[in-house]
Design a protein around this ligand. Structure first.
Ligand SMILES: C[S@@+](CC[C@H](N)C(=O)[O-])C[C@H]1O[C@@H](n2cnc3c(N)ncnc32)[C@H](O)[C@@H]1O
Length: 247
């Protein structure tokens, strides 16, 4: 299980520098330039709801799906203004159709098995209207191979806590990593130190492989972009954004 109680509790603090608002306006501009119109959005792996809350504020009709009940708990405390279903996206089915399916911040990289990746596209396809769009970001193989996951330590603080996050990546094979997270949480008022640990299995994708799987699942590939920039990613980019159309 990933994103359990404690990682979820500190998730927004750890990613406080991530500019969700800017990411959403970049995506909206990109989709506007492509003359892609939409109103109803399904978000797969919506986490604590930080992308969706901006879309909701802008008047879009959005629903989320998230496997971690603890992430959903945090989203509720934030008053994000939209519903997130607690479900594994691979199995998720509701009787509603959407114009756009989004899945942001490397959710697809948790689909480490071929069957899981197939199901990711099945779920998106099932919930899209005819000629609906799918947009997601992914760890980008040329970038990951060039930059290489490395050990790192980062410190985050707020009024209550000092969080030390240590990341230990372990290469499993050509496409898969085991990312070990070790957290030391120092409560500033009680002076107590608390530790926890999570192991995430993450897979990066060769874009041509991904396009092939998507094609088999009846998606037409439209374009690839850097994150926050319309141009194509290079080996210096860790991530890439892809857009597909349901056929
Ligand atoms: C890096 S977080 C991104 C969360 C959110 N999209 C954001 O931008 O902050 C990846 C999220 O994907 C969720 N996730 C991973 N596998 C999933 C699955 N099979 N079904 C639903 N959610 C999943 C995790 O629980 C986690 O919340």
């Amino acid at each position: 299980m990933i994103y359990r109680k404690f990682y979820s509790k500190f998730y927004d603090l750890v990613y406080f520098k991530k500019n969700y608002k800017k990411e959403i306006s970049f995506l909206l501009n990109l989709l506007k330039k492509k003359q892609i119109k939409f109103k109803k959005i399904l978000e797969l792996g919506s986490g604590t709801g930080s992308h969706g809350k901006y879309l909701k504020k802008l008047g879009y009709d959005i629903i989320g799906v998230e496997k971690s009940s603890q992430m959903i708990k945090i989203s509720k405390e934030k008053n994000i203004g939209f519903k997130i279903y607690n479900s594994d996206l691979k199995k998720f089915r509701i009787n509603k159709k959407f114009d756009l399916v989004i899945s942001l911040f490397h959710v697809i990289n948790y689909m480490t098995k071929k069957t899981a990746l197939n199901k990711f596209f099945d779920t998106a396809h099932y919930h899209l209207k005819k000629k609906g769009y799918l947009i997601f970001d992914t760890w980008y193989t040329p970038g990951v191979n060039f930059i290489k996951p490395s050990k790192r330590t980062k410190i985050f603080t707020n009024k209550e806590f000092k969080v030390v996050k240590k990341v230990f990546p372990k290469k499993i094979d050509e496409s898969n990593f085991e990312i070990n997270y070790k957290f030391n949480i120092f409560n500033k008022s009680s002076k107590l130190l608390f530790k926890f640990f999570e192991k995430h299995k993450i897979r990066h994708f060769d874009i041509n492989d991904l396009i092939l799987v998507a094609k088999k699942k009846n998606f037409q590939y439209l374009s690839i972009h850097k994150q926050l920039n319309e141009s194509k990613p290079s080996k210096r980019d860790w991530g890439a954004i892809l857009i597909f159309k349901k056929i």
